[in-house]
Design a protein around this ligand. Structure first.
Ligand code: RB5
Length: 150
């Protein structure tokens, strides 16, 4: 498995904890920044992470900002991305099983490092259920991506 990761200044302290977890588990990753505490726009980090997932360069994406909200909004604008904004382990498991989400967004100002690692571990290690009703619902999400809203 290969994971694309990114954060803004609001997630800069949790990203090293994420990297430490990925290294310990032997999970390959591509780090799209940010690498400094200077204020930046979360958009500029969510986009390349999601591009890596859509193109197949990465299997999953993990985004951290202050709240996880800005990152998740940007990610869910990108065709092919289903981003889950999760701050608990139950949701991380359920969203993989039910929504086949490929990107996880979290907020450093909301959760601590221990919970973040558990959420990431659950997200990366839970498979989609392939239950007929969940396949149908995920397909309906994909159908919306191809609609032209005026
Ligand atoms: C940055 O101050 C903050 O707005 C950002 O990290 C994120 O929380 C946005 O949704």
């Amino acid at each position: 498995m290969k994971v694309a990761i990114g954060c803004d200044h609001g997630g800069i302290n949790l990203k090293p904890v994420l990297i430490d977890y990925l290294n310990k588990k032997g999970i390959e990753f591509i780090d799209f920044g940010t690498f400094e505490k200077t204020s930046v726009d979360y958009n500029d980090y969510a986009e390349p992470v999601c591009q890596a997932v859509v193109s197949g360069k990465a299997d999953k994406g993990i985004l951290i900002c202050g709240t996880g909200i800005g990152m998740s909004i940007v990610a869910n604008k990108i065709k092919g991305i289903r981003c889950a904004h999760c701050h608990d382990v139950f949701s991380a498991k359920a969203t993989r099983e039910h929504n086949d989400t490929n990107v996880l967004a979290m907020g450093e100002r909301v959760i601590g490092p221990g919970l973040m690692v558990e959420i990431v571990d659950t997200f990366l290690n839970t498979d989609f259920s392939f239950d007929e009703r969940h396949i149908r619902r995920v397909q309906k999400i994909k159908d919306i991506e191809n609609k032209n809203f005026k």
